[in-house]
Design a protein around this ligand. Structure first.
Ligand SMILES: [Zn+2]
Length: 163
């Protein structure tokens, strides 16, 4: 009974001391990475980024982000690592800089293929990027043959980049 009470009090204390992540993210990058210590070893306890967010939020005393604009970033570049001293909350831009610096950055196109498969990525691309077919054709519907040629060109480009 006493144990339960302590836990309830503990949780409540954490709850009222928590800083809103949406405020926290506005702090400077330097402040947000101040807790990092890359001298320590990576810790792989399993779980995914949702679990790591819980862990990091607890350590930092901030709420768990709901927005996709606040990312859990691995300063050690080990996606499986859950050591809070290697994790920080960053913006998509910071995450990108981090990945580029490390060489783990994957172009958007490739990432889309990984996620949706080649056919799916082509579909999304043809919907989202209307200007890609050339400015002269902007707004005009493309023939099936034209669409196929575009898809083949994209595929070839992608395959070439794999070599
Ligand atoms: Zn690590």
């Amino acid at each position: 009974m006493v144990d339960t009470l302590i836990i309830v009090l503990f949780v409540f204390t954490i709850f009222i001391c928590m800083k809103d992540i949406n405020e926290y993210i506005k702090e400077s990058y330097t402040e947000r990475i101040a807790h990092l210590d890359l001298e320590s070893e990576c810790v792989e306890i399993g779980g995914n980024s949702t679990a790591f967010k819980g862990l990091l939020s607890y350590v930092l005393g901030v709420t768990i982000p709901k927005s996709s604009k606040i990312l859990l970033c691995h300063k050690c570049h080990n996606g499986k690592c859950s050591n809070p001293k290697h994790l920080y909350y960053g913006t998509p831009k910071e995450n990108l800089e981090d990945q580029k610096e490390n060489g783990t950055w994957i172009p958007v196109w490739e990432r889309m293929i990984q996620k949706y498969g080649y056919e799916g990525a082509c579909k999304i691309n043809s919907k989202g990027n209307k200007a890609a077919g050339g400015l002269a054709n902007k707004g005009k519907p493309k023939s099936e043959n034209h669409k196929k040629r575009i898809a083949d060109a994209i595929k070839k480009k992608w395959e070439d980049s794999k070599k």
